[in-house]
Structure formats: C-alpha cells, structure tokens
Design a protein around this ligand. Structure first.
Ligand code: PEP
Ligand code: MG
Length: 883
C-alpha cells in the first residue's frame, strides 16, 4: 500500500482528493493543485498511517521512510532548493489534518529545516539576515514546544528579557544580531531542559515533527474535542509536509485568512483578515490586530489601517479570482489561508468554512437560488441540530441596557450569566445549574470544556477568526471577542472596564450579533421564523415522508409547537397536570386514601381540572391528532420527600402525620422505575384511568360542540408488557367513552393504543396489536429496559462507555440502532402483520435526534414526536432522511 501522496507543480497523486485517506487539508491541497491554483509543493502522509503508528507501539511502517524521501525529492525538484543544503535550504511546514477540521486541536511545526548552517545560507540567499534569524528562533521555539514538549514559558521569558535589556517594546524592533543572540539563548535553554542540544540534522527534525503530529491525535484536548463533536478515535490524522512560503519577508509580503462569504451572517461578500509582514500564526493567535480584507468591511467598521484591497490591489484581485474558482469547484463557501511572499500569492489551505446556523441557512438558500447547488443539496447542507441556534431568543431591542463595552460580534445569539474567569470554575458552576459567561483574555484549546459549559464567551483579545470565535461558532455559543477595553485579572476574580468593575458571580449579558457587553440580565425576544428559515422548512416539508408531532402538555407549549410546524401531539404526559400546586393536595388525598370510595372522592376534585386542561389543548390543536398518555409515574413521586414537609401535607390531606409517614413508607419502592407505575397503576386503581378518560372525552365533546371541529384523541396506555393489560385498560377507557357519549348525546372518533417501552411488548407486539390501535415507541424506557441501564443513574459511567467505544453515542440521546432498533423493527413488523394500518410513532427523546430520525425513516414509522423547540429540527432531519 501507498502511504505518501504528492501535490503541487503538475502533480496531484490523490486525484481529486479523498478526505478519508488524505484528511481534509491534504485532500483540498491536492484538489487545489489539480485545478492549477498556486499551492506550495508538498506531500501528505495518509491517515491510515496514524492507526498503524499506534498499533505498532508508536513506530512507523517500514516502507514509509523511502516514500517520504520521494516526497521531499518532489518538493526539492519544484522549488529548486535542497533540504538541509547550507547554501539554499528548503524549509517545510509539518501540519496535521484529520478528515474533519479540528481547529487548533493538533500540532503544527513551521520553518523546519533550519539549523546553525542553513540559517546562514537563508540569510544570504534571502538578503535578509533579520528574517533568517527570526525564522530560526521561531522554529526552535515551536519545535521545543510541540515536539520536545519543553516549557514554552522559558522561551517567552527570554524574549521579554531581551526586549527589556534593549529598551524595546515590540518584537519588530529586534535586529538580526538580537535574534541571533536570542537563538544562542534558546539553544542553551534546550540543553538545560532537554539535556541534549537542539537537533541539527534536518531529517531528525522532520521525523520528530511527524511523530509529534501523530502524537497530538491522542492529546487530551483532541480527545475532548472528538467527544464533543462525535469524531471517532480511529479515524486518525494525516500529516502534511509542504514547502514554506513566507509572509514575513517585508512590506510586499503578507498572510491572511478569508471566507468566500460571511461566516456569521452568510452575506455573499468576501470576508477576512490579513497582516502585512507576518506569519500565519500571528493572525490566528490574536497577537497583532489584523486588518480587513475588503475596503467595504473596513469602512463599515470605521477602521483606519488600509484593507488588502487598498494596500495590495493586484494581489487582492488575484485572490478574489481564486475565491470564485474555489466556490465553483467545491460548490460551497470556503475558508482559506493564504500567504503573499514578495508579491506572489500562495494558497495554503481551503476547506468548507464553518459557519453559524444563520449563515448556513442563508448560504444554502442563496446557493440554491444562484443555481450553484440543487434544492435537495440545500436541504442536506443545513445541520438540523444547528437550527437550535436560530430558534432561541435574541435581546429585546427596546429593553434598557447598561453597555460596559463593545467587542467583535464573533458568534451570534445573546446570553446572560454570571461572569467567570477560568474554565474549570465555569464547568463547576455550570454543573451546579448556574448560567455562566466565560470571560478570558483569549481562549486556547485548553478552554474547550469551559466554553462548552458556558452560555456565552467573552474575550479581551483576538479577531473574528481567533480560537474563541471559531470554536464558539462551531458550538453555537454566543461570543464577543477582542473587547480591547477589558482588563481581566483572573487571579483576583475581577475585570475592569475604565473605572467600572465586574467581579466573579456578577451577571453579564453578551450579544454575539452586535459585540455589546452589558451589566445585568437583558430581556430577550422570540426569533424570526419567516425568511430563509421559512423557505428551508417549506422545501423540507415538500420532501419528507415522516410526520412530525410534539411532546407537550401545556397550551403554551402546544402553541409554540404549532408555530414551529407540529402536526399533532405525540405525547401529552398527564402527570404534569398533577403537580400543579392547586391540585397536588387532591392528588395526595387520592394516593393516601384507604379505599376506593376515598380515591373516587379525591378524583372527583381532579376531574374538572383535567377536563379544563384538555379543553384548552384541544382548542389549540384544533382538529389535529392528540395522543394523551394516562398516568405513568410511581405514586411516591407525588408524596413529600422532606421530613419538614410531612406536617403540612398531612394537615392539607386531613390525615395525622403518623398515618402519612406510614403510607409513605408503604409506598416506598427500591426500583420505582420498574415498580408500581404505568398501566400497573391503572390495573390496581382503574378509577384513576377512568377519571382521566372521562376528562378527555368530556373535553373533546365540549370542544366539538363549541367549534364544530372534533379533536381526535388517541388515548395511550403506558408501560404495557402483555395483551391482557392493554385489554383491561382499553375496557376502562371504552366504558368511560360510552358513558360520556351517552351523557353528551354525541360521539367522537378516538383511538386506544399503547406505548411500546418494554422488550416483552416488542416481542409480543403481534397479539398486543389485536387490542391496541396504535403503537408509540417510548424509547426512553425502552432503552433503559433493553440495555438494563437506568436512565437516572447512567450519567456516572456512560461517558466512559462512549469514550471506550462501547456505545458510539449516548444511547439515551441517539438510538442504539443495533439493540433497541432491532426490537423496534420486530415490534413494527409483528404489529403490522396483525393490523396492517396500525399507526406507528416514536415519542422518546430520540424523536428529536437527527440520527434517530433517520432510523425511524428507514424503519417506516409514521411519525416522530419531539419537544416544541426540536420540531423544526425534526422536520429538517426527516427531509434529509427521505433524500
Ligand atoms: C419514554 O419512555 O420514552 C417516554 C416517552 O415516556 P417517559 O419519558 O415519560 O417515561
Ligand atoms: Mg416511558
């Protein structure tokens, strides 16, 4: 097998670039080379080598050496420089590149190939000794950090001291001699910390760097990033070795990053940042504040330093032409890194750009309208999960706000929370249920857990393409970056803005769409659901087969869900109506009653309340199917748990405290989730289900009477395992229906069906369908009972299970297709064999998860049901599943 693929010149070994083989970066370098764009020559070590490297105890396969030598020869041939040559040395970069981009998570080494001899040659041939020595010290610093893993603080300290000794404030003030002297100090630091001199053999340097890049695949931060983004650990990374080009060779050189469209808004305008006389890391690291790419963007921001369009008009025009070529070729918005070396443009990277949900939506719709992609592709381009970002509130424009400062609008959306100055604290306080705004000078990959825990991110430094901005956009967290007037003292737990102070724990609001930072919480308003969002939903509805319902039990939730396009209720959990403060006393009287008469007396008080609930819901859902589940949770959930509450509850229920205590003890269960719950309540106390059924049918008759549009109640019995249970419960419901219809003098259509949430129910679905008129898969319980994993206690070990690949994803989030999925398949088949037109749906949390929705489509279910805010996600996911 071949491990090394060359690109550049007229070569592109990868032939249209396979991302799985070459990694994203390698595939696209190859792709750019193949369409004649100016790419510095190089080669890619393919991703399978990464797995081989780890399987062989961190050793490379035997044939790799010779292949890498061929790759180096290729670069030497095109650049007419020699690797390690004292007179005209070839320098290379060594970079990681997995199948999908993992920004900042893995290692890079630049300027590789410099040593005590080649630096002299480089100084001579470039005519710029200062540049040569600066490059050498950068290389030593980076290599020592990334490959030798030495403390980078020591190198930074040495540089600071050198500046102080000379009375300089900026790096640019150091002369060639100063850098040369610093190189000597750096080498001494290496000897001191590493015990050996800095490697002088360029081939040793190269293999060290290649090993470090592969090594970074298993770094902690890369593992965390993979876990958060569902990236499998066995993909591995590729390594790209490429001729260096220099953006720091004076005023005609530059480096920059750009997007072919605005990644925050989706606007069809070039967008980016660049720096004259700089290396790529300077832009991303946020050390110098970058300049705008286009004149329009500069003017809009009211910034002074000239844009690239103004400062380098010819190269800018070339770059703009490249943008057009790339968008046509890849048919997507591109994120580009480029360098200008003495007036010549080089393309270092292109990839499909990360974008906000808003931008993803706009770009997909625009590109379909431009004819660049089809409507189907537009539907597939938008990540359903990312729609979430668009469905959440933004700041009320009319609300008063106390603006502390303004930074860059790095990732849209608004968030309020307490200010926290480090990522560990952010994680802790978020875990304790607080909303947190993570405030940092700048973020680094070590902050990823804090960023994830936070509701929003605020940084003092860094541009729109800084680490904080890129990662926040990817996570859908609002972010304000580069708020330069902030002075953050993390160790004292305080930040200052002018004369004002904000301490840890004080509430801040950030608006990632405007860059504003405010003191206190600012009220929000609901999002706009028309426009591009509405268009995409219309397109999605045209292609999807699955119906989308909602899980809702309040009129407000029902209304929200209808606005989001719900086509009915898939699950109304009636117990939520029991917890109401005004009703709980009657519920407790019912539970504590010593006989049926006592229970009926309490239930009589609940009947009108439930009827009113159902009436309102049926009105909101006018004419749509509504699946209403009868009481499910174990009764002890309704009783007080704290000793301090007993007295009051006993008094309200008209019992003495001792009786209450005794009844509570009697009702105590060791495994309530497998205990006296679901239809077992209905079997033992049929009067409860009878009351609920009455309330449903009376409400349905009343609404039919009033509006003329009869609702379609679907009465659902939970936790059924046998045909007989369902039959008993159906009799209770049918009798209640007949009684109500006789009272009201009218009949309405209704169905009685069951939840399928026990493995036995799946296996015996054939006979259960003789009674049940619909099945709704309760995949929360079905996952719990199939896996034998408690949904309440699994948190402690499930993360480890997912990390170790035992389950690909959390099975309570994304359906376990192999196990739970097979049971659902069996139940669907057996149910349909008995009753061909049986209605099949899913109402567990999985009903709003795109991967699980794809499974539901493949299994041929009729509908999915999701919480109101997930309804649009489900509509889009259902469309994608149908394509
Ligand atoms: C389920 O078990 O999937 C379900 C929807 O019911 P609940 O979550 O209320 O147990
Ligand atoms: Mg359940």
């Amino acid at each position: 097998t071949r491990y090394v693929y060359r690109f550049g010149g007229n070569v592109s070994d990868g032939g249209q670039g396979d991302k799985n083989l070459l990694g994203g970066k390698g595939a696209n370098l190859d792709g750019m080379a193949s369409i004649g764009l100016p790419v510095p020559p190089g080669f890619t070590i393919a991703t399978p080598v990464c797995a081989l490297y780890y399987d062989n105890g961190e050793r490379f396969p035997d044939s790799l050496k010779a292949e890498v030598a061929t790759g180096i020869a290729h670069i030497e041939g095109i650049t007419e420089k020699k690797f390690g040559d004292a007179a005209d040395p070839l320098l290379v970069s060594v970079r990681s590149g997995a199948r999908v981009s993992m920004p900042g998570m893995m290692d890079t080494v630049l300027n590789l190939g410099l040593n005590d001899e080649t630096v002299v040659g480089l100084a001579e041939i470039s005519g710029d000794p200062r540049f040569a020595w600066d490059s050498y010290r950068r290389f030593i610093q980076m290599y020592s950090d990334v490959v030798l893993e030495l403390d980078h603080g020591r190198f930074e300290e040495a540089l600071e001291i050198a500046k102080e000794d000379n009375g300089y404030t900026l790096d640019t003030e150091l002369t060639a001699k100063d850098w040369q002297k610093l190189v000597e100090e750096y080498k001494a630091i290496v000897v001191e910390l590493w015990g050996k001199p800095f490697p002088q053999d360029v081939h040793d340097q190269l293999w060290g760097a290649i090993g470090a890049v592969f090594g970074s695949w298993q770094s902690e931060r890369a593992k965390v990033y993979r876990r958060l983004n569902d990236i499998p650990g066995d993909w591995g990374t590729a390594v790209n070795v490429q001729a260096m080009v220099f953006g720091n060779m004076g005023e005609t050189s530059a480096t920059g990053v750009a997007f072919t469209r605005d990644p925050a808004t989706g606007e069809n305008a070039y967008y980016g940042e660049f720096l004259i006389n700089a290396q790529g890391e300077d832009v991303v690291a946020g050390i110098r504040t970058p300049q705008y790419l286009t004149r329009a963007a500069r003017e809009r921001a009211g910034a002074k330093p000239l844009s690239m369009e103004e400062a380098m008009p010819e190269v800018y025009a070339q770059l703009a032409a490249v943008f057009e070529t790339l968008e046509k070729h890849y048919r997507d918005m591109q994120d580009i890194e480029f360098t200008v070396e003495r007036g010549k443009l080089w393309m270092l990277q292109t990839r499909s750009g990360k974008r906000t949900a808003k931008a993803a939506l706009k770009i997909a719709i625009d590109m379909a309208n431009e004819g660049l992609i089809t409507r189907e592709e537009a539907i597939l381009r938008v990540d359903p999960a990312a729609l979430d970002q668009l469905l959440h509130p933004t700041l009320d424009p009319d609300a008063p706000r106390d603006v502390l400062t303004k930074g860059l609008p790095a990732s849209p959306g608004a968030a309020s929370g307490i200010a926290v100055f480090d990522s560990d604290t952010a994680e802790k306080r978020a875990a304790a249920g607080e909303s947190v705004i993570l405030v940092r000078v700048e973020t680094s990959p070590e902050d990823i857990h804090g960023m994830h825990a936070a509701k929003g991110i605020l940084t003092a430094r860094g541009g729109m393409t800084s680490h904080a901005a890129v990662v926040a956009r990817g996570m859908g967290r609002p972010c304000v970056s580069g708020a330069g007037t902030l002075s953050i003292k993390a160790s004292e737990g305080v930040m200052r803005i002018g004369t004002r102070e904000v301490r840890e724990g004080e509430v801040l609001t950030i608006d990632g769409s405007t860059g504003e930072v405010m003191l206190g919480a600012v009220p929000t308003i609901q999002p706009e659901l028309a426009g591009d969002f509405g268009t995409l939903m219309v397109w999605a509805d045209e292609v999807r087969r699955l119906k989308v319902r909602t899980n809702a039990e309040t009129p407000l939730d029902c209304r929200t869900a209808r606005e989001f396009g719900a086509e009915g209720i898939g699950l109304c959990r009636t117990e939520h109506m029991f917890f109401d403060a005004a009703r709980i006393t009657a519920v407790r009287q019912m539970i504590l009653a010593s006989d049926e008469a006592g229970r009926r007396a309490a239930l009589d008080k609940l009947l009108p309340e439930q009827r009113a609930d159902f009436t309102e819901i049926f009105e909101v859902m006018a004419g749509l199917p509504c699946t209403i589940r009868l009481l499910d949770p174990p009764l002890h959930e309704f009783l007080p748990h704290e000793e301090s509450e007993f007295e009051e509850v006993a008094k309200a229920a008209g019992l003495d405290v001792e009786t209450l205590r005794r009844r509570a003890a009697e009702l105590h269960e060791f495994n309530p989730m497998l205990g006296h719950r679901g239809c077992r309540l209905g079997v033992t106390y049929p009067e409860i289900y009878e009351m609920q059924a009455r309330a449903i049918f009376e409400a349905a008759c009343d609404v039919a009477e009033k509006s003329g549009a009869a609702p379609v109640p679907e009465v659902m019995i939970p936790l059924v395992g046998t045909r007989r249970e369902l039959e008993l419960m159906k009799n209770v419901v049918d009798r209640a229906a007949q009684a109500v219809f006789a009272d009201k003098g009218r009949t309405i259509d209704y169905l009685v069906g069951t939840m399928i949430e026990l493995p036995r129910a799946c296996l015996r679905a054939g006979e259960i369908a003789e009674v049940g008129e619909f099945f709704s898969f309760g995949t929360n319980d079905l996952t719990q009972t199939t896996l034998g994993v408690s949904r309440d206690d699994a948190g402690r070990f499930l993360t480890t299970y997912v990390e170790k690949g035992i389950y690909a994803r959390d099975p309570f989030v994304s359906i376990d297709v192999e196990g739970v999925g097979e049971l659902i398949g069996i139940a669907a088949e057996r149910g349909r064999a008995t009753r061909p037109d049986i209605k099949l749906g899913i109402c567990g949390e999985h009903g709003g998860d795109p991967a699980s929705i794809a499974f539901c489509e493949a299994t041929g279910l009729d509908y999915v049901s999701a919480s109101p805010y997930r309804v649009p996600i489900a509509r889009l996911a259902a469309a994608q599943a149908a394509l």
